[in-house]
Design a protein around this ligand. Structure first.
Ligand SMILES: [Zn+2]
Ligand SMILES: [Zn+2]
Length: 601
């Protein structure tokens, strides 16, 4: 959150976007004299404007408003800051209850009232608004804007308050930048995993099951199964061991771990079983994290320095009670499976372990189609040190060490000051998708909390008890969010190794069904996922259907193919490869599957 706010504050386009909002509210006031302005901040890529108006603005009204805005921009009116007294402000905005409320708040904070004046009293577009700015110096600086949508919004975001209207807009310093943004917006709509999830029969969220809980349909389960298989193989190769842990744990566990102190509002409420005997604990919580279980495995017996590093991984399903307002398809959910791991090591092993996780994270992201990653070093907020557990010396050392690792590897990164969790700094790799959006994925976190809380230790060379270093890490984040991201990244057209159906066989007529089945059998022997479309439909319709389902390969088979022991190959991108021997095609696809290539041929 802090970072987003900071980035907004530092965004050089913020004054322009804020000024575009002033132009919007000014022309709205002119077009709808009964309108009461409420507020309008700049946001990422644009702005919004909240207002109180009986007439309901519809998307059809937007072009008219835009035309009026353009006139005001072309008039290139000055936007000037003016400080006024509270009394004067109250008089100036006397007919607007919302602004008066705002002035009272400013007054109670003991701040000065500042206004921004657009135009001059005699110009038709004259406007004075309560505002802290900053703004561009004149309306002509707004080079490109577009109004995007109309929505409802409660006053101050509180559903007990009046429902207002809100207009969203985008604003940029060039037409090209705006066009690129609008293009990406269209792309994002087309790629929306919720839309594709329905069209391709991938997953659902069911009102009978509950919001934020994902039902994986067979097709998407194939994608997940392939990723998990790959994930397990890679972990074995890299010296990890798998563990399995329960979905619930006693309150005492979550008390010791600190979750009941620091994370309770994110947890599902307790389950109390009613006591069977006096001394039996009977209050359980569903797990929001896997960590305490792994710690208890570590604590199940004494550990020697020789055993370290320990690398335990688990595809662990956890549940967190997210507010319903933030739930979003598979991307923000209430139940998810983390691809979790904990590394418990000695201080002298720390750097090497972080480097190995970085290698692993880069590799798995690349294989899964994310070449571009934005790297962040999440650090403490130095202004707010009391928020964090752990010794000052350890924090400084940990942050410095993580930074050195990134520098040494020539990895470009940004510092996310204030972005660290309360228990330690972290390195985050955010995947950048085809339309430039950033997705939270790999994270490597140092934990200065749990080892102390649980009294974790190992016996060193001299027989002394020493506290180990603990790292939390996920590579994909969660299966739900990651696969949701993948759907959008690939627009539903998964690479061959992940595609739920890899090959669609399309017999030209009923007479060719038998040969189609024969080809299908050959492909299945190589573990290729294949479907034969024997429906009584025209061949063209079947090809179109397979293409809509984003099946990588379509094999059209008729008498000619049969006599040649071949198939006629079409790719889902529309390319036709013509007749290819069945055996050759099979080998090629089997190879593509093994190497996890992203291209089709
Ligand atoms: Zn303003
Ligand atoms: Zn953990």
């Amino acid at each position: 959150m802090s970072k987003i706010k900071n980035e907004l504050k530092n965004d050089p386009l913020m004054p322009l976007r804020h000024s575009a909002e002033h132009v919007l509210h000014c022309v709205m006031q002119r077009l709808y004299p009964d309108l009461k302005k409420v507020m309008g901040p700049p946001i990422e890529d644009g702005f919004y404007f909240d207002f109180d108006l009986d007439y309901k603005i519809s998307p059809d009204d937007l072009p008219k408003i835009e035309a009026e805005m353009q006139k005001m921009i072309d008039a290139n009116l000055p936007i000037v800051k003016k400080e006024v007294s509270v009394e004067k402000a109250k008089k100036e905005f006397g007919d607007n209850w919302y602004k008066l409320e705002n002035i009272k708040e400013i007054e109670s904070r003991g701040e000065k009232v500042s206004t921004y004046v657009t135009g001059t009293p005699e110009s038709p577009y004259y406007d004075v608004d309560l505002c802290a700015g900053p703004h561009v110096e004149s309306t002509g600086r707004i080079k490109a804007f577009k109004l995007l949508s109309v929505a409802g919004a409660y006053y101050k975001g509180d559903e007990k308050n009046k429902m207002l209207q809100r207009i969203y807009g985008a604003a940029f310093d060039s037409k090209e930048a705006l066009d690129a943004y609008l293009h990406n917006l269209e792309e994002a709509k087309k790629r929306d995993h919720r839309k594709l999830g329905k069209e391709l029969d991938l997953f659902s969220i069911d009102e009978y099951v509950g919001p934020g809980l994902i039902l994986w349909h067979p097709k998407l389960s194939v994608v997940r199964e392939e990723i998990e298989l790959y994930w397990r193989q890679e972990h074995r190769k890299r010296g990890y061991e798998y563990v399995y842990t329960p979905h619930v744990g006693l309150a005492s566990l979550w008390q010791t771990s600190g979750h009941l102190d620091f994370f309770k509002e994110g947890m599902y409420p307790q389950m109390s079983m009613g006591s069977k005997s006096e001394d039996e604990q009977t209050t359980y919580y569903v797990k929001p994290m896997n960590c305490p279980f792994h710690v208890r495995i570590y604590k199940s017996r004494p550990r020697s320095y020789r055993e370290l590093p320990i690398r335990w991984c688990e595809l662990g399903s956890v549940y967190r009670y997210e507010e319903s307002g933030v739930l979003h398809g598979m991307l923000r959910v209430r139940g998810f499976t983390q691809d979790d791991a904990h590394i418990i090591c000695r201080e002298d092993q720390f750097v090497e372990e972080v480097n190995s996780i970085l290698d692993f994270g880069l590799e798995i992201n690349r294989i899964l189609g994310f070449d571009k990653l934005n790297v962040y070093l999440s650090m403490r907020d130095p202004e707010n040190k009391s928020k964090y557990v752990g010794e000052e010396r350890v924090w400084q050392l940990a942050e410095k060490t993580l930074e050195e690792i990134l520098v040494k590897r020539n990895i470009e990164f940004k510092k996310d000051v204030g972005g660290a969790k309360f228990y330690g700094p972290a390195i985050d790799l955010k995947a950048v998708d085809v339309i430039g959006r950033e997705w939270q994925g790999t994270t490597i976190q140092l934990d200065m909390n749990l080892p102390a809380r649980f009294g974790m230790a190992y016996i060193d060379q001299n027989g002394k008890e020493v506290a180990p270093i603990m790292l939390h890490r996920t590579l994909l984040g969660s299966m739900e969010r990651f696969v949701g991201t993948l759907i959008e990244h690939f627009g539903g057209a998964f690479p061959v190794w992940l595609a739920p159906v890899q090959v669609a066989i399309i017999p030209i007529s009923e007479k060719n069904n038998e040969y189609a089945q024969k080809v299908s059998k050959i492909l299945k022997q190589q573990n290729i996922r294949v479907e034969v479309d024997e429906r009584d439909e025209m061949m063209q319709a079947k090809i179109r259907d397979a293409q809509m389902k984003k099946v990588p390969y379509m094999l059209v088979v008729g008498a000619k193919e049969e006599s040649e022991g071949a198939v006629n190959v079409r790719l889902r991108d529309g390319k036709t490869l013509g007749m290819i021997k069945t055996e050759e095609f099979t080998q090629r696809v089997a190879q593509k599957y093994l190497t996890k290539g992203l291209d089709l041929w």
